[in-house]
Design a protein around this ligand. Structure first.
Ligand SMILES: Cc1cc2nc3c(=O)[nH]c(=O)nc-3n(C[C@H](O)[C@H](O)[C@H](O)COP(=O)(O)O)c2cc1C
Length: 357
C-alpha cells in the first residue's frame, strides 16, 4: 500500500511554512498517497498531505479563506477525531451539492454514511488504516448520494495537527469522477470484446479449414462409393451438414472480424432486428427472444461490431441464468444518466448505453 505523509514521516522533507509560522504543511512532493486517480492529473507536488496549525477552532469565518472554501466547487469536509467516531464538524456547500444532503443531516456523523452495498471493503480498510495511522490517503471509492444514486468519489484525506503534533482534525476533499471511471470501464470492456472477437475469428478460421478437409474427403467418398444410392445418401447428408456448418463459421467470422473501432451514426432498432437471427440461434430452443423497440429513436453514434458483441454477451449471460428456459426481452429506449442509475438495481435488467448522435 502506498502511504502518504503523517505526523512522523515527513522527516527530511522541508515544511512549507505559511504566515510566518501560523501554519505549515508537508508538501506532497510528487508522492502518490493511495490508489486514486489524481484529480490534478499528476501526483501533486505543492499541495499539503498533512498540515500544522497554530490555532484550532472552526469559529473564525470572517477571513478570505473561509469564503474561498465556501465558494470552491471542490467538495470538502473537516472531521474531529477527538470526538467519538470522528464526526464531520464542517462541510462546504460543494459537498452538500455533490451528495444532495442538507448540512443538518451530515454534521455530527461519520462520513461512512456515504458508503453502500457495492462500496469496496478493501478500499475502506485502506482508509481506516490511514486514519488510524494519522496519515494522508487518496482512494477512488464508490459512494451514494442522498437519493441513493451511486457515484465514484476521488477521496483525499489528510491530517491536521497543532504545532506540538497533536492531531486536531482530518480534512478531506471529494470529487465525482463517475464519468471518467465510466469511460475507463467502457475502454476495458471494448478491449476485452476485441480480444474475444480475435480469438473467435481465429477459431472460426481453423474450424473452416477442418470443414474443408471433411468436405474434400466426403467428395472422395462419394466418388468411390459407386452408384449405390444406399451408400451415397448418408454422404450427401453429411455434405449438407458441412455446408451448413461452413455458413455458420462465415457468419462467426464476419461477426468477429478484426477491426478498429469505427463509429458511425446508425439506427439502433434496425441493428437489433438484423442481429436478432444470431441472438435467436445463441439463445437456443428453451429461451424465447422478444423485441421491445421504441420507435423514432434518434441515430446513435457507435461501432456496430462492438454493440453486437456487447448485446451477445448480455444475451449469453441471460441464457445461462435461465437453464430451465424463459424469455429474454431486448428493448431500446431513450434514457438519461439519472434514469439509468435508478433502473440499475433491478437485478434482471442489464443496460447497454449508446450516445445519441
Ligand atoms: C475527513 C474524512 C473524510 C471522509 N470522507 C469519506 C467519504 O467521502 N466517503 C467515504 O466513503 N468515506 C469517507 N471517510 C472514511 C470514513 O469516515 C471511515 O474512516 C471509513 O469508513 C473507515 O472506517 P470504518 O471502518 O469505521 O467505517 C472519510 C474519513 C475522514 C476522516
Amino acid at each position: 500500500m502506498v502511504t502518504g505523509s503523517g505526523k512522523d514521516d515527513h522527516a527530511g522533507k522541508p515544511l512549507d511554512i505559511q504566515g510566518g509560522g501560523q501554519s505549515a504543511g508537508v508538501p506532497a512532493s510528487g508522492e502518490v498517497e493511495g490508489n486514486a486517480v489524481s484529480t490534478l492529473g499528476n501526483p501533486g507536488v505543492k499541495h499539503w498531505q498533512a498540515g500544522y496549525i497554530g490555532r484550532a477552532g472552526l469559529g473564525d469565518r470572517a477571513n478570505v479563506f473561509f469564503a474561498a472554501v465556501e465558494m470552491t466547487r471542490m467538495p470538502m469536509v473537516v472531521t474531529d477525531p477527538n470526538q467519538p467516531d470522528n464526526p464531520i464538524v464542517f462541510t462546504n456547500g460543494a459537498f452538500l451539492d455533490l451528495t444532495g444532503y442538507e448540512e443538518k443531516d451530515v454534521l455530527g456523523r461519520n462520513c461512512r454514511f456515504l458508503q453502500g452495498p457495492d462500496t469496496d471493503c478493501a478500499t475502506i480498510a485502506e482508509v481506516r488504516h490511514a486514519v488510524a495511522e494519522q496519515r494522508a490517503v487518496a482512494v477512488d471509492v464508490l459512494n451514494y448520494k442522498a437519493d441513493g444514486e451511486p457515484f465514484w468519489n476521488a477521496l483525499f484525506i489528510g491530517p491536521i495537527f497543532d504545532h506540538e503534533g497533536k492531531l486536531l482534525y482530518f480534512f478531506a476533499s471529494q470529487m465525482d469522477i463517475s464519468e471518467r471511471r465510466g469511460m475507463q470501464e467502457a475502454n476495458l470492456q471494448a478491449q476485452k470484446m476485441e480480444a474475444i472477437g480475435q480469438s473467435s475469428a481465429g477459431m472460426a478460421h481453423d474450424f473452416n479449414n477442418l470443414l474443408q478437409v471433411i468436405n474434400g474427403n466426403l467428395e472422395l467418398a462419394l466418388l468411390t462409393s459407386g452408384a449405390s444410392p444406399k451408400a451415397a445418401e448418408p454422404i450427401r447428408r453429411a455434405q449438407r451438414a458441412t455446408m451448413q456448418a461452413g455458413k455458420l463459421t462465415q457468419q462467426l467470422l464476419s461477426f468477429a472480424r478484426k477491426q478498429r473501432l469505427e463509429q458511425k451514426d446508425i439506427n439502433l432498432n434496425s441493428l437489433v432486428v438484423d442481429f436478432s437471427d444470431m441472438l435467436v440461434r445463441t439463445l437456443g430452443d428453451k429461451v424465447e427472444l422478444r423485441l421491445d423497440l421504441k420507435p423514432g429513436l434518434p441515430p446513435c453514434t457507435l461501432d456496430t461490431t462492438y454493440l453486437e458483441m456487447a448485446l451477445l454477451n448480455v444475451v449469453i449471460n441471460a441464457r445461462d441464468a435461465m437453464p430451465d428456459g424463459g424469455v429474454v426481452t431486448v428493448g431500446t429506449a431513450l434514457t438519461s444518466q439519472q434514469r439509468r442509475s435508478a433502473a440499475a438495481p433491478a437485478s434482471c435488467r442489464r443496460a447497454i448505453t449508446c450516445r445519441s448522435a
